[in-house]
Write a protein that binds this ligand. Structure first.
Ligand code: RFL
Ligand code: PHB
Length: 389
């Protein structure tokens, strides 16, 4: 088989790239290790920057999102029983939207299938060959039969545990990593959200987050130990702990119910450089990971896709390789800023096992400064709604 761009990974990055290129008449094949249902079963991000929404519109897949998403003009930060708002609209003129990763991935799959876009599921042994030459190829097997795709370029959109990043030799690749000494226990429940905006809560017992998907679907998280497993936490224990970490008025209003999903995610900051090796490009989680505290994971994946699809369109329309040559530099410049913001929000709001009394006072002083200082709020707001592409 031959295609112009072989895309490894059928998560949001790979599907969005494939759909954007299709709109410009560029042929792609997406290789996905799992099934469509498996990919859609993963409950992940929920907050989208306006830049992401624009990209979905450009890809022609924003119709349902535009109807069903919720616009959030601000967020709440609490510490103990104190709380204050950060007004994104007033501080930046912008906002974020609530629309689940599951829903936007479903929209992208539907759009690809509507035009018979080539997506191969259940691929095994995906191998990227000759990426440092002018004629790369990707080999893989499905049900024991070997296949090969010859292509111009390969987009590595296969997440943190994929093969694309590993294809870049260690002599070229440099990785930066910070692993945090805790995780997030997340619960999805068919209950109304406790508040119309998200609540990021710092408490003596650890961090908590009240988020949502729609008016009858809530997403809550609590900071937990890395040695915990979801089975250790009954629904009742989860709700009791959450109530202890959020302001009393929210705890009183909180509607609890049966969890329909419960999982633990470890927290990590990670960047690999460069994001391009020859004709292979890394995008999204394949290249970088942020702790979820700033809601930047999926949004950084989108900015990579923005730079890459413009670079590829420029090449196919004009033969100019400027965008391709600058892809890694442009993507990384924005990624490092999102890394900084996510690391900062994580440090601001979590309890760390080795924190001294002094460290705790510093953390509190920083939150109190944020509470009263408009410029500090503005810095948070600009980063949260998303830095320009
Ligand atoms: P994805 O979504 O991981 O998709 C990669 C796809 O590649 C497939 N794959 C392969 N396919 C073929 N061959 C191989 N060898 C392959 N290896 C892997 C995988 O099956 C998968 O379908 O990466 P992508 O597209 O870059 O999208 C990134 C986002 O998914 C990610 O940044 C966010 O979901 C991060 N994230 C969160 N972000 C937020 O903003 N808020 C959150 O609450 C949030 N929660 C999360 C998260 C990520 C998690 N992970 C990765 C463990 C919770 C979790 C558990
Ligand atoms: C979510 O709704 O899953 C969510 C929202 C904000 C975050 C992280 C996760 O910072």
């Amino acid at each position: 088989m031959r295609t112009q761009v072989a895309i490894v990974g059928g998560g949001p990055s790979g599907l969005l790239l494939s759909q954007l290129l299709h709109r410009k008449g560029i042929d792609t094949v997406v290789l996905e290790r799992k099934t469509r249902d498996y990919v859609l079963g993963r409950i992940r991000a929920g907050i989208l920057e306006v830049g992401f929404v624009e990209l979905m519109r450009e890809a022609g897949v924003a119709e349902r999102m535009d109807q069903e998403c919720f616009v959030h003009d601000g967020t709440v930060i609490s510490y103990g029983d104190e709380q204050f708002g950060i007004n994104f609209k007033e501080l930046t003129g912008s906002h974020v939207v609530v629309y689940g990763q599951t829903e936007l991935t479903r929209d992208l799959y539907d759009a690809r299938e509507a035009v018979d876009g080539k997506i191969v599921f259940n691929t095994e042994n995906v191998t990227i060959n000759d990426a440092d030459t002018d004629s790369p190829n990707v080999t893989y097997s499905v049900d024991g039969t070997e296949h090969r795709i010859d292509c111009d370029y390969v987009a590595g959109c296969d997440g943190f545990h994929g093969v694309s990043r590993q294809t870049i030799p260690l002599t070229v690749r440099k990785e930066y990593e910070k692993v945090y000494p805790f995780g997030w226990l997340g619960v999805l429940s068919e209950t109304p959200p406790v508040h119309e905006e998200l609540i990021y809560a710092s408490s003596g017992r650890g961090f908590a987050l009240c988020s949502m998907r729609n008016e009858n679907l809530s997403r809550y998280y609590i900071q937990c130990s890395l040695s915990d497993s979801p089975e250790d936490w009954t629904d009742e224990a989860f709700w009791t702990e959450l109530k202890r970490r959020i302001p009393a008025d929210a705890a009183e209003r909180l509607v609890t119910g049966r969890s329909i999903e419960k999982s633990i995610a470890p927290l990590r900051s990670f960047v690999t450089e460069p994001m391009r090796w020859g004709r292979l490009f890394l995008c999204g989680d394949a290249a970088h990971i942020v702790p979820p505290t700033g809601a930047k994971g999926l949004n950084t994946a989108a900015s990579d896709i923005h730079y890459l699809h413009h670079a590829l369109v420029q090449f196919y329309e004009t033969g100019d390789t400027d965008g391709i040559d600058l892809y890694s530099e442009r993507a990384l410049a924005r990624i490092w800023k999102a890394e900084r913001f996510s690391w900062w929000m994580t440090n601001l709001l979590h309890r760390f096992p080795d924190q001294s009394e002094f460290d705790l006072r510093m953390q509190r002083a920083e939150i109190e400064f944020l509470r009263v200082n408009r410029e500090a709020q503005s810095v948070l707001a600009q980063n949260y709604v998303g830095l320009p592409y």
